[in-house]
Design a protein around this ligand. Structure first.
Ligand code: TYD
Ligand code: MG
Length: 443
């Protein structure tokens, strides 16, 4: 039988090739091509387990519940909430994010908090020297926290150290620098990242060491980055933010011990990350007197309502094509809305440049922002400011009606009312009746 020609597979898009390449030709991802040996022709049956019996498993029912796993709070509300109420003992957490977004800063601050709360914390850095981390700790005023520090990237040495020291929490910054000597590929490659994460997560479960792995999001988004590790860990957090803006959002996208989609908001200051207890105030902070083109959107992130300002600018287009530019929202969604306004409401934006911006650098993904965007657009076009006490939310369908299906509607309404009212309109406790009424759906 002719020997099969070698086969390689992209771990990102599953495309097959006959030769190895640094970059996948079909999806463009880097370092994702791995050799794919496939199944042997004769099938696995030849390698069967033979006649030897295994041991009988102990079966249990669904009722008898194990106790909830113990947790430790960091004492940073924005972090604890995202973790689902504190760090779970022996859990594996992945913290992903763009390089430079503040992952190391956040974890150093968290490490100091956990250490102060009685956990034995080891921070292993493979990215920076110990001196660099110490320097950062000094800058953050954390130099005297009882955090143990090591600068290492050899997994064998890291595991040996963790086995001997038996910390409660180990932070590995970052998984892309860790390497196993039994794998040929360089650190940061898919096989290295996958294998070292597997070993570390195993260790976490076996020895009862909570482990936080840092993963950089690579340029193409997914590969050899945090995605490779997501399925192995209990909790996946992403740290997001726009460059040039101070605020950072910590988002739980998977959590075996709490709700996913919860967010924590931080602000990057000269002395590290500070909690933002009232994000709406931050996102609305630059908002002065109501101006034409400005509308407040009431969205919901996790269990909290978030208010933010949507800004629109409409100006006559100098002959030729009119421009549409969007920051913080979906460009094609804007085109759709403009079409709906034109064909269902008879409001034309032809011959006009349209600019849309979500203030504060926030990225809004909820379809519920349609109404706020439409309101901002109309307000800009008519040069007429909207009421300063109005918040908008609601999806707009292609027929021009409000799309149904927002079961959260009532909750948003209630929470947005209280928040807008208490924190924005009357932050010092004065009450104003009737503030923050909900704008009607455009039907
Ligand atoms: P860092 O935590 O090193 O990012 P990551 O680990 O995600 O790559 O943070 C890097 C940025 O944060 C850097 O550009 C400087 C900024 N920074 C501050 O603004 N204030 C601070 O107190 C610290 C420590 C960092
Ligand atoms: Mg870092």
């Amino acid at each position: 039988m002719a020997k099969d020609s070698p086969s390689f597979k992209c771990t990102s898009c599953n495309a097959r090739t006959t030769k190895w390449a640094g970059r996948c030709e079909s999806c463009g991802a880097w370092n994702t091509i791995v050799e794919d040996t496939g199944l042997s022709v004769s099938g696995p049956s030849k390698q069967g387990m033979g006649g030897r019996r295994g041991k009988m498993l102990e079966l249990t029912d669904l009722k008898s519940m194990a106790e909830a796993p113990p947790r430790t709070e960091a004492g940073v509300a924005e972090l604890d909430r995202v973790l689902g109420g504190g760090l779970v003992h022996a859990s594996a957490v992945l913290l992903g994010g763009d390089p430079g977004i503040g992952k190391s800063t956040l974890l150093l601050q968290a490490a100091a908090r956990f250490a102060r709360n009685g956990l034995k914390v080891i921070y292993v850095t493979g990215e920076e020297s110990a001196a660099q981390v110490q320097l950062r700790a000094q800058r953050l005023g954390l130099a005297d926290s009882p955090v143990l520090l090591a600068s290492e990237s050899n997994l064998r040495d890291i595991l040996t150290t963790l086995e001997a020291e038996k910390p409660d929490l180990a932070i590995i910054d970052s998984i892309q620098t860790v390497w196993i000597d039994t794998i040929e590929s360089p650190p940061g490659s898919v096989s290295q990242v996958r294998a070292s994460a597997h070993e570390l997560v195993n260790m976490a479960k076996r020895r009862g060491i909570s482990t936080i792995l840092v993963g950089h999001v690579t340029k193409e988004g997914a590969l050899a980055g945090p995605r490779v590790v997501e399925h192995m860990v209990d909790t996946v957090l992403y740290f997001e933010g726009e460059r040039g803006h101070q605020f950072r959002i910590l988002r739980a996208v998977k959590n075996r011990f709490g709700p996913a989609d919860e967010i924590g908001v931080f602000e990057m200051t000269g002395r590290g990350l500070a909690e933002v207890k009232n994000p709406s105030a931050l996102f609305l902070s630059e908002r002065g007197k109501p101006t034409p083109g400005s509308a407040v959107f009431a969205g919901i992130e996790g269990t909290r309502p978030i208010l933010c300002e949507i800004q629109a600018l409409v100006s006559p287009a100098p002959q030729g094509q009119s421009r549409r530019a969007v920051v913080g929202w979906d460009g094609s969604r804007l085109s759709m809305l403009l079409a709906v306004l034109e064909s269902r409401a008879g409001v034309s934006f032809a011959g006009l440049d349209v600019y849309l911006n979500v203030a504060g650098g926030l990225r809004v993904t909820e379809p519920g922002a349609d109404l706020a965007v439409a309101a901002a657009l109309m307000s800009a076009r008519e040069n007429h400011p909207l009421g300063g006490q109005t918040v908008f939310f609601g999806e707009i369908s292609l027929s021009g009606g409000g799309a149904s299906g927002d079961s959260d509607g009532k909750q948003v309404e209630r929470s947005a009312k209280t928040w807008f009212h208490q924190r924005i309109l009357a932050p010092h406790g004065q009450t104003q009746r009737g503030a923050g009424h909900r704008a009607g759906r455009s039907r």
